[in-house]
Design a protein around this ligand. Structure first.
Ligand code: HEM
Length: 476
């Protein structure tokens, strides 16, 4: 097998390829792209995300044909025009709605795969950062689309989120006004959200995904062992542990697509509102600017970030905490500088910390799903502290630490947690009783990890990385 890219095609394909190198590109990126032979199911989520992107673009096109971006007509153009009066309109809408939520499931799994296998490390830092940009644009796209049905939650959700922007000093009010096109969420807001949702953001997403793939193929795929297959070549220059992406993984991906389609269409046909998580129950009522719902919250995929916004008892600090959550993700290549990529060969306590990340993230979502009580806000604040702690602990595992260093880490991190607590208490005095009910959670977590590291340094010892890939594939 070689990675040659010049085609000697004759006939029509040769003629076309001479002018636009389609055959060469097919070879370079599919049959000639060496993918590690040990991809596991975590590697389904990238191609599935691409599939859902295409589904969203296709279904969105048909929805846009029937949708009316007008505050008097929008709700009924969706609930009646699309859902009842157009042929298959209900199917197209439910596919779009289900696709939006499952897109986030896939992207969250895809990101966590990257975190587990250290796919953000050299030489894939830019690939990772482009991924973060994709996530932000995707989040923007979902937020903008949510206003379009002009239901109660669409309206009030957008109102709340745009209001958060006003917390930014000096320019916040101006940005919020520009976003709304007015002083309140209304017709100009609907118009611009519609245009951004169907026109601007999809193009940005497609462009970013293209750059994402170009960056991936430039440096090559990582894999569950985190071993660079390009360092072990046969005499033809082909990686010994690589197999051509096509047909091996293109065919394997068909299995992933089939399983995904079963889940996807189960929701579409049997549970289109997804227990109120895919479509909020309040959105079956038209927007009413003088009737505020008792509880306003975003769709499930934004809930963890909403808990951060709500948990910090100051609007500006809340917005900063929310923004910094993404900065933490983007900073993964700087925080984790251990040369071992894959979680498989990292220490026991590192594994525990990495497992804590999604657990805290889901927990934050559960908190935000509850009512906006003071109690929930304080728990949200401490869960947010825990979220940050899992990231701050990453550099600790960069190498084996001495007992003294571990103690310093323990004292500094605990002081940080308590310092933030006192600070939050000073900003807005939630009672200390309430604060103490949950601030033991980040306190204990840090103590648990670092005291265990102190008592049993073996728990922070990384394993030995093999020279070649360990599992699966055709040849070894
Ligand atoms: C629309 C959203 C996205 C699409 C369509 C997409 C697509 C893909 C595809 C097709 C691959 C190669 C197959 C695979 O490794 O699974 C890939 C790899 C990768 N993606 Fe994404 N991606 C998206 C979002 C993201 C996000 C949000 C991140 C991280 C913040 C990210 C980070 C990565 C990384 C690090 C790799 C290389 C993984 C490895 O080789 O182990 N991607 N992406």
């Amino acid at each position: 097998m070689t990675t040659g890219t010049t085609s000697e095609q004759r006939g029509l394909m040769g003629w076309i390829n001479h002018r636009i190198p389609v055959v060469d590109m097919w070879r370079e990126h599919l049959t000639g792209y060496a993918a590690p032979k040990n991809f596991n199911f975590w590697y389904f989520f990238g191609s599935l995300s691409m599939l859902v992107l295409v589904l969203q673009l296709a279904t969105g096109l048909f929805l846009a044909i029937h949708y009316q971006p007008n505050t008097h007509l929008a709700f009924w153009s969706v609930l009646r025009g699309i859902m009842r009066d157009s042929h298959w309109g209900w199917l197209i809408r439910y596919m779009h709605v289900t696709g939006a939520s499952l897109f986030f499931v896939l992207v969250y799994l895809h990101m966590y795969r990257g975190i587990m296998y250290g796919s953000y490390k050299k030489p894939r830092e830019l690939l990772w950062l482009i991924g973060i940009a994709i996530y932000l644009v995707l989040a923007g796209e979902a937020f903008l689309g949510y206003l379009l049905p002009w239901g109660q939650m669409s309206f009030w959700g957008s109102m709340v989120v745009v209001n958060f922007v006003t917390a930014i000093p000096v320019i916040g009010n101006g940005i919020a006004e520009w976003l709304r096109g007015s002083f309140i969420v209304g017709q100009p807001t609907l118009n611009r959200f519609f245009v951004f949702h169907v026109f601007l953001m999809p193009f940005a997403l497609m462009a970013l995904v293209l750059v994402h793939i170009i960056a991936l193929h430039q440096v090559g795929s990582n894999n569950p062992d985190g071993v660079n297959i390009r360092e072990n070549l046969n005499k033809d220059g082909w990686p010994k542990d690589g197999i051509p992406f096509h047909p091996y993984y293109s065919v394997k991906d068909i299995f992933g697509v089939s399983v995904f389609m079963l889940v996807f269409f189960w929701f579409v046909f049997y549970n289109p509102s997804g227990w109120g998580y895919l479509v909020d129950k309040l959105n079956f009522a038209p927007a009413n600017g003088i009737k505020t719902p008792s509880d306003i919250h975003p769709l499930w995929f934004f809930l963890p970030f909403y808990a951060m916004l709500r948990g910090v008892p100051d609007k500006l600090y809340g917005v900063m905490t929310f923004a910094a959550a993404f900065v933490m993700l983007a900073a993964m290549p700087l925080l984790d500088r251990n040369p071992i990529r894959s979680i498989r060969y990292r220490s026991f306590l590192y594994k525990v910390n990495l497992l804590a990340m999604p657990v805290v993230f889901i927990w934050l979502g559960v908190i935000a799903n509850g009512q906006a009580t003071e109690h929930n806000m304080v728990i949200g604040m401490h869960a947010t502290l825990l979220y940050y702690t899992t990231f701050f602990l990453l550099p600790y595992f960069n190498r084996q630490r001495s007992a003294m260093t571990t103690i310093v880490w323990l004292v500094v991190l605990e002081a940080l947690v308590w310092g933030v607590d006192f600070w939050m208490y000073a900003i807005d005095a939630h009672s200390w009783g309430l604060m103490l009910q949950t601030n033991w959670i980040p306190t204990l977590y840090i103590a648990f990890i670092l005291l265990l590291a102190l008592v049993s340094p073996k728990l922070t010892q990384d394993g030995k990385v093999p020279e070649r890939l360990t599992q699966g594939g055709l040849t070894h």
